[in-house]
Design a protein around this ligand. Structure first.
Ligand SMILES: [Zn+2]
Ligand SMILES: [Zn+2]
Length: 372
């Protein structure tokens, strides 16, 4: 008997059937169709997602519902409905990346690279802070037996953080938060405008006085060519002394603001704004090339935007292309924080857009990274 023939009374949701698997970027969506919200949630509760970037989606006439590693959620706005249940086995299976009890991936708590935590990665959290781990898919690591225990199996989700939650279920040893030191996850801007046709770009841990040092509210639609046609460009954060002092005034200020707004538009979630910027004010120097690299390695930018970004890159000199590749491949002092898959994809776009005359040079540049 197929799933779709089972009746609700059998303990299986009525009429939920598999449609297709879609892959975009590095995310995988298993899409199902179902008759109702109730059937969708019932199905999602028993269909476990044990990995990051894998999503089960059920499309119904009452809306679409999804499940990821952590939550059941509304697909339209990503709003959580409930924490996904995690069935716990009786005996633990040791793993370096997954919870020994439920087999779900444990998302490491990311510590930013800075002077304070280099050489000392133990993270002390208050019990309130521990509760956050349940919402981020995090977990604990046992100092005695090396087992991983996710926040849900530790009981953090139910009770909030308590002293009991930090005890290893396998050996009784003391547990610490599973962490990784690296560039802190870079928050993505919302994928669409709000009710006022505006969008708020989040602050970025790699940001500076030109871009990303603070959240920024902007119109969803911007005529970039017209914007840069103004005789005087506005400050980005007019109220913020750190920004206005850095920019200063006069001609130099206008040069900096031009770079600043270019960086912002390259991070704008509306593809039309980004394309407008690539066409009318393409990145052309050290100040803006890191944002071009960000765009090429972006998890959210559309392929047509990345293709345009690749063409913009190939209009630059060897020196500037080389600089951008160094950022993209994290060959500088600071890690760029891009994931390997995005970088691989970006190189694919660059290779496709590469003019015949520069192909040999480009491959030489890439080969260089493997020796380093
Ligand atoms: Zn678990
Ligand atoms: Zn243990």
């Amino acid at each position: 008997m197929s799933l779709s023939e089972r009746k609700e009374g059998d303990g299986h949701p009525v009429g939920v059937r598999f449609k297709q698997t879609e892959r975009t970027g590095q995310a995988t969506y298993h899409v199902y169709g179902g008759p109702s919200r109730r059937a969708a949630l019932e199905f999602l509760r028993r269909t476990h997602v044990k990995d990051e970037l894998v999503y089960n989606i059920v499309e119904t006439p009452e809306g679409n519902f999804g499940r990821d590693l952590i939550y059941l959620f509304h697909e339209a706005d990503g709003k959580p409905i409930e924490l996904g249940e995690r069935p716990r086995s009786q005996s633990p299976s040791p793993s370096g990346t997954r919870c020994a009890w439920c087999g779900f991936f444990v998302v490491p708590y990311k510590l930013p690279i800075n002077d304070e935590n280099v050489g000392s990665v133990t993270l002390y959290m208050t019990y309130d802070e521990l509760a956050v781990l349940a919402k981020t898919g995090g977990g604990l690591h046992c100092g005695a037996c090396s087992m991983l225990q996710c926040a849900v199996c530790s009981g953090i989700a139910q009770t909030g953080g308590t002293a009991l939650a930090t005890v290893c279920r396998a050996c009784g040893g003391e547990m610490a938060v599973q962490t990784v030191v690296g560039p802190v996850g870079r928050a993505a801007a919302p994928g669409g405008p709000d009710a006022e046709q505006m969008v708020t770009l989040p602050a970025d841990p790699m940001g500076d006085e030109l871009w990303g040092m603070a959240p920024l509210r902007l119109p969803w639609n911007i005529d970039v060519a017209r914007f840069f046609g103004q005789s005087t460009l506005p400050y980005v954060w007019p109220e913020d002394g750190r920004h206005t002092e850095y920019i200063g005034s006069g001609e130099r200020a206008q040069t900096l603001l031009r770079a600043s707004w270019t960086k912002i538009f390259l991070h704008h979630p509306n593809p039309e704004v980004t394309l407008g910027c690539l066409r009318s004010a393409p990145p052309d120097g050290m100040l803006t090339l890191t944002s071009l690299a960000d765009l090429l390695a972006s998890l959210t930018a559309e392929p047509r935007v990345k293709e345009e970004a690749s063409r913009a890159l190939w209009r630059l000199s060897d020196g500037l292309v080389g600089y951008t590749l160094n950022v993209l491949l994290s060959r500088g002092v600071i890690m760029s924080g891009y994931d390997t898959h995005s970088v691989h994809q970006a190189l694919g776009h660059l290779r496709k857009a590469c003019p015949q005359s520069r192909r040999v040079w480009f491959e030489e540049q890439l080969a260089r990274s493997e020796d380093d």
